[in-house]
Write a protein that binds this ligand. Structure first.
Ligand code: SF4
Ligand code: SF4
Ligand code: SF4
Ligand code: FES
Length: 1009
């Protein structure tokens, strides 16, 4: 048997589906035919795989059996049963098309049509994939058996992105299941006991201002038009933009002719219209441009209008998205997009032709290289751009300019995590897949606001915690959503995570709970490391981290007793002076507890940008070629010299941070920076901009005129991900292809083409015609990607590196040991060094910063999405209730915040997410750049700025403004958690009977979910 067709071939398969490629283990009879099946799988899956047509309105393979619609009634061994809720057993006999089964199916669907008007021709959901429409055809329904009954509720348009129409809602409950148990936002429910049940937000408020985070799961799974993206309404169909009166008139005509003509001709008309609209609607697969989770989906467009984002089989995300991936694309058509090259004229810029701009870039960079040598030029690649673009940027620096001064923004976030992993296990990547995180029996999150920064990945933890008994430990300065859900939550003093991690590791050794067999077989340096743990007693950690001893002991006990632990961490760990050491301590702990080399275990630094992993993987780093081979090593360098036909420099290049310093030192004269608003992204913005001002020549390539562009001499208009082809690598090392959704806007160009043009102006002779050419070259030179081809990545296929020449990838990274001497991991001894900067009498508040769910970083893209802007228009400073009382602050109050490096003015938001003298500012800080406050200190090993070590003082201003977070925002909502749809409550209704049984019999099939 072939693997199940609609499941991507990856390690990430939801537990609700039969494992990919699982062999049939039994046979069953369906309509007299023998079919292969898998013991205990859902009967509906076996039937579908065999191509037998059975209606199934509420069933969605990613949601499991909901059992609300009853349309899948079949005879199983002579008894009527729901196919979705029945499990396969060897030898079972199934009849799907007996008169009895058909009558039950039709009766169930007739009831559905009592809740839904079939006005398909004028419906924006008439796209050949509407489940209600298609089931009407499948069951050959001609007439409405039960009259359509509108519900006594208004359509709800209050969310900026979607609307709910109760009158079209068939109460299948898919949306509720998705919200409760996939997104686990727990906003939606159906109160089955109501006279007229409908879907409820927070138990019955309007959508805007409810706890709905606009992730879009509910709309994605809705089988009809009850939930729809506003961007579809009036745009999808030929007749759907008609004025409401005209539309209602047409709907009335449908109602009037149905009793006489039947649905047949009406459906034929609508199907013709659907076929016509599909001619002009383009569906293109892409990968999300925001965070490192790497959600993939199809984008539907009509010309340049984005109709909707439709996830289905993303290997990282399946049906999941967050608000940014589902709704955050308006920036692509923003009037602010750069569409022509710009050249500085004094204090302003003028538009220029590509030829003029590129000639100027070529001439100036050549002159500077001639006058000062190649190392006077720095190149910065973008973690928003593709792997192919990163590869070309580093090739431009190394092979054309002749310098290793090439870096990317992983310097600002991820380098310490990579360093921690290099020191201990060899590869700087996640040890497994998101699926492994979901499988773990214990997840530990350190310094990551996962639900907001990596939202879809967080849903897997939330689901496993809610439904599968996974334990969750969270260490963070803020009590964010994951902290609230955790079994154990604690807040160590800022920058001290390394101490508690080391103390817990020592406790595990001391109590004889280390996995000695694993250590013996797979780990070097055990004794030396154990000795280094001597200072790290629990008492010491309790004192340094300001934590109760009992909490630390409980944490240690949980870790020691777990049989599969994953640790997730992010910038709360890495953006400290000891970021690399804390990352190392995490990996040490995992090694001592044997939590590598097995499914459900390992280290998961959560990569921030869509392609921050790929930007480094493909060589935009000062000391490494693509695939992390050292420029200092002869063998790889000779390979690249041969491949590129040039002699390469062996001088280690400058990283981002060092480049700015080198400008001040007069050593770096020019920079070529692509897709990075470095002014906002680097720490100590005043120092960075001072550096830019000193450059002799500065080229910035971007899609908007960013703050950084203000310092440029030439600005080149690049393209966002939707306007190009290429690949990204997500946080799981998963490489995925993106396809061109829209042509480049105006005269903007895909970044790989621009880099090629710049290289050729500098004397290269590059002739890449497509990113596939670039990948082919990279795969031929970098062993880590040897087997990567565009064919192997076609559509929704993906590969997790390393990829062998035959295309075999490695979802679980460490299967046969570690890429270190003797094939073993190494425990890395550490010493505790206190944070570089701490609060004192004058700078008495600790400032933390990070992402918000709805904005990406500084918001260059997301502020240009009107719906996101409406929900979250402002930056703000989170202040604890204690501090607010102490300083007489209220929400909306203006304050000046001053650090040792700068100051900014911001409004206060009082919240118990922060405690005491902790304050927090989100990164969506256009006009309030948090990096005006951050300083010069960096991680000792990698130069990642210590953004999270920023003591500040506060001056309260006499002005009180509006609440900076509007009432529309989800943060004011009150979720209504429940087990799911809770269909049993529907079955208890007096007016319910299972189709095919006499009314009032009360027979219900016991759920086998
Ligand atoms: S959070 Fe909102 S958008 Fe997401 S599934 Fe729930 S109701 Fe739908
Ligand atoms: S709104 Fe929810 S319950 Fe109603 S039809 Fe759509 S998915 Fe089903
Ligand atoms: S921002 Fe991240 S979690 Fe959200 S859709 Fe994009 S990749 Fe997925
Ligand atoms: S598909 Fe709805 S009850 Fe089975």
């Amino acid at each position: 048997m072939e693997p199940i067709a609609d499941v991507p071939r990856s390690s990430h398969v939801p537990t609700t589906l039969p494992p990919v490629g699982e062999k049939p283990s039994c046979q069953i009879q369906v309509n007299g035919r023998t079919i292969d099946a898998i013991d205990d799988e859902r009967l509906v899956d076996a039937i579908n795989r065999a191509g037998v047509e059975v209606p199934q309105v509420c069933y969605h393979p990613r949601l499991g059996p909901i059992q609300t619609c009853d349309t899948c009634m079949v005879e199983v061994n002579g008894e009527l049963a729901r196919a979705c809720a029945s499990k396969v057993a060897a030898g079972m006999t199934v009849v799907t098309e007996s008169a009895r089964a058909r009558a039950a199916q039709t009766e169930a669907f007739d009831r559905i049509l009592g809740n839904h008007l079939l006005y398909c021709t004028v419906c924006d959901n008439n796209n050949q994939d509407c489940t209600v429409h298609n089931t009407t055809g499948m069951l050959k329904i001609e007439h409405q058996k039960y009259p359509y009954k509108p519900k006594p509720y208004e359509v709800d348009y209050s969310n900026p992105f979607y609307r709910y129409d109760p009158d079209q809602c068939i109460l299948c409950g898919r949306c509720v299941e998705a919200c409760q148990n996939v997104q686990v936002n727990e906003t939606l429910s159906i109160r089955w006991e109501d006279e007229h049940p409908r879907v409820l937000w927070d138990g019955g408020t309007q959508i805007g201002g409810s706890s709905c985070v606009s992730c879009g799961h509910c709309i994605t799974v809705c089988p009809c038009n009850a939930l729809m993206e506003k961007s579809m309404l009036g745009y999808a169909g030929y007749l759907t933009k008609l004025p409401k009166d005209a539309l209602n008139g047409m709907i009335d005509i449908v109602k009037a002719i149905e009793p006489e003509l039947g649905y047949g001709p009406i459906m034929t008309l609508s199907e013709t219209e659907a076929a016509m609209r599909n001619e002009r609607v383009k569906r293109t697969k892409t990968v999300c441009t925001y965070c490192g989770v790497g959600c993939s989906f199809e984008i539907w467009t009509k010309d340049r209008h984005i109709l909707k984002v439709q996830p289905a089989d993303g290997p990282a995300n399946n049906i999941s998205t967050c608000v940014k991936g589902k709704f955050g694309w308006d920036f692509v058509n923003s009037k602010d997009r750069l569409q022509k090259p710009l050249i500085r004229e004094g204090e302003t810029f003028r538009e220029a032709s590509w030829k003029e701009a590129l000639d100027l870039v070529g001439r100036k960079l050549s002159e500077i290289k001639s006058a000062h040598g190649p190392d006077a030029i720095g190149v910065i690649s973008s973690s928003k751009c593709t792997n192919e673009e990163s590869y070309l940027m580093q090739k431009l620096a190394r092979a054309v300019i002749g310098t290793n001064n090439i870096d990317n923004c992983s310097r600002y976030c991820q380098s310490p995590a990579t360093m921690g992993l290099w020191r201990t296990v060899g590869y700087g990547g996640d040890s497994g897949s998101i699926h492994d995180i979901a499988q773990a029996s214990l997840v530990i999150i350190v310094g990551s606001n996962t639900a907001e920064a990596h939202p879809v990945l967080a849903t897997r933890v939330k689901r496993a915690h809610k439904l599968n008994g996974q334990k969750l430990i969270v260490a963070d300065l803020r009590e964010h959503e994951m902290a609230r859900r955790a079994d154990i939550f604690f807040s160590p003093s800022p920058g001290t995570d390394m101490v508690w991690l080391s103390a817990v590791t020592r406790w595990i050794f001391d109590n004889g709970l280390a996995r000695t067999e694993f250590l013996h077989e797979w780990v070097n340096g055990v004794e030396e490391y154990r000795k280094s743990l001597e200072p790290f007693t629990m008492e010491y950690a309790a004192r340094v981290c300001n934590l109760p001893l009992e909490t630390l002991t409980r944490v240690a006990q949980e870790i020691a007793s777990s049989n599969a632990t994953c640790v997730l961490w992010a910038m709360g760990v890495t953006q400290h002076c000891g970021g690399s050491d804390t990352s190392t301590a995490i990996s040490n702990l995992l090694l001592v507890t044997g939590n590598y080399m097995r499914p459900g275990t390992g280290a998961y630094p959560l990569r921030g940008h869509n392609n921050v992993q790929g930007a480094s993987d493909f060589g935009s780093m000062p000391a490494y070629f693509p695939g992390y081979e050292k420029i200092a090593d002869n063998e790889p360098r000779e390979r690249y010299e041969k491949g590129w036909g040039v002699k390469l420099s062996t001088t280690k290049g400058l990283d981002n941070h060092e480049m700015i310093r080198a400008i001040y030192d007069g050593k770096l004269k020019a920079m070529y920076l692509a897709g990075e608003d470095m002014y906002y992204a680097d720490s100590n913005a005043n120092y960075v901009s001072g550096g830019f001002e000193r450059l002799e020549f500065f080229v910035v390539q971007d899609i908007f005129f960013s703050e950084t562009c203000r310092y440029a001499d030439v600005v080149l208009p690049g393209s966002p991900s939707l306007e190009k082809e290429g690949t990204f690598v997500n946080t799981e090392r998963r490489m995925q292809r993106l396809y061109e959704v829209l042509p480049p806007l105006g005269e903007s160009r895909p970044d790989w083409k621009i880099t090629q043009d710049v290289a050729n102006r500098l004397g290269a002779n590059w002739n890449y015609t497509h990113p596939a050419d670039v990948m082919h070259e990279a795969a031929s030179l970098a062993p880590l990607f040897a087997g990567v081809t565009y064919d192997r990545l076609a559509g929704f296929k993906s590969l997790q590196w390393p990829v062998a020449i035959d295309g075999t990838d490695q979802p679980l990274l460490y299967i046969k040991g570690f890429p270190l001497p003797e094939n073993k991991a190494t425990l890395f001894p550490l010493e505790w060094i206190a944070p570089c900067e701490t609060v004192d009498e004058e700078f008495d508040l600790h400032l933390n910063n990070g992402r918000l769910l709805e904005h990406f970083h500084e918001g260059n893209m997301t502020y240009r999405v009107p719906g996101i802007h409406a929900e979250t228009p402002n930056c703000f400073l989170e202040v604890s209730p204690e501090l607010a009382t102490n300083r007489e602050l209220v929400t909306g109050q203006w304050v000046d915040i001053t650090s040792r490096y700068g100051e900014l003015r911001v409004q206060v938001f009082v919240t118990n997410r922060v405690k005491g003298k902790e304050v927090y500012i989100p990164l969506n800080s256009l006009g309030h750049a948090v990096n005006l406050l951050t300083g010069d200190n960096t991680d000792r090993a990698t130069h990642t700025p210590a953004y999270k070590e920023t003591p500040v003082k506060m001056r309260v201003l006499p002005w009180k403004g509006q609440n900076p977070i509007p009432k529309l925002n989800f943060r004011y909502g009150t979720p209504t958690p429940q087990r799911g749809v809770e269909v049993e409550r529907k079955w208890k209704r007096a007016d319910y009977s299972m189709p095919g049984e006499k009314h009032g019999n009360g027979l219900v099939q016991i759920t086998t979910k």
